[in-house]
Design a protein around this ligand. Sequence first.
Ligand SMILES: [Zn+2]
Length: 190
Amino acid sequence: MLDFDTCNAARLRRDPAYDGLFFTAVRTTRIYCRPVCPAKQPLTKNVIYYPSAPAAERAGYRPCLRCRPETAPFCPAWNGAKTTVERALRLIEGGALNNAGVGELADRLGIGQRHVSRLFQRYVGASPLQTARTFRLQRAKRLLNDTDLPVTEIAYRAGFRSVRRFNATFVEIYGRPPTALRGRSRALDS
Ligand SMILES: [Zn+2]
């Protein structure tokens, strides 16, 4: 993880080279952003930096609706040598944790469950289950934005086990139901 001053300088000049390398969380608004966010910049005393979108969400922050930090590329520091984590992330993105537990995921990776958890804490900043939830929400948001599918269909396609679960998770993370976000995204896009 980069140090505070490096992140802060990159945020203040909205440096695209740092997009995906850190995320800016604003204590006063409980929103987190990418370094390139076009919104008015928060005061330095109000910000905290996180290495990943799941880490910021785990700390209770909601993604900014302007810069969409939950769709930013994952931190390149996880790439390269961290092939196990990459593979785990691909499996999770493909739905490996939608109907199975972390134990099954660990078996597919050929390592122990506790090792998986440690790798995720270190390189992702969130647990495998939290990461899976972030992926499901990303997919759901894409479907809400790009299609006219009913919310029920989107919940299942995104990997949620029930519409109720989908709605509850969505409200928890975004502070509004999926249907409200769909209307808002459309309004912002048009
Ligand atoms: Zn933002």
